[in-house]
Design a protein around this ligand. Sequence first.
Ligand SMILES: [Zn+2]
Length: 174
Amino acid sequence: MSRITLRLFTLVLGCVGISSCNSAKSYEAESARIRAKLDAIPLDEKVQFTNDEWKYILTSLQYYVLRRKGTELPFANAYWHTHENGTYICAACGNPLFSSEAKYDSGTGWPSFWQPIGGEAVKAASHSSFGGSEITCARCGSHLGHVFDDGPKPTGLRYCMNSVALKFVKAPAK
Ligand SMILES: [Zn+2]
């Protein structure tokens, strides 16, 4: 390699390095900006982000389930077998959704609850092709799972949720 070719080669490599470095930096800056915007919204206020905004702060699996109404695999998710005391919050916006006190083993391989934490936590839509009604977070509108009417007493409901749509916050030890 001649000295000039080598110099040119180094120059090209340097440019590629700088431009990919810049786009990684601006991606990080943008996700930090959106995260800060989300953190600044009080918990009792609705969150209305575009899917483009959500993309910056969700993992691809979270995005697929929460924003594209996807479903994760049964028995191969984080919380289907969790029995600890605590609260399950929305993985997108942090809204408290379910208490571990209403969690039960439905045998389906998905985390299942017989009631949401409060009347305002989740929203049920009309019946879907699954035979249950779609459940979304009442604060940010993200897809969480479905509700069916074959649950245990006292409600007779089964809220079948995706683990990836939830974040478990362990209760402090008593
Ligand atoms: Zn939410």
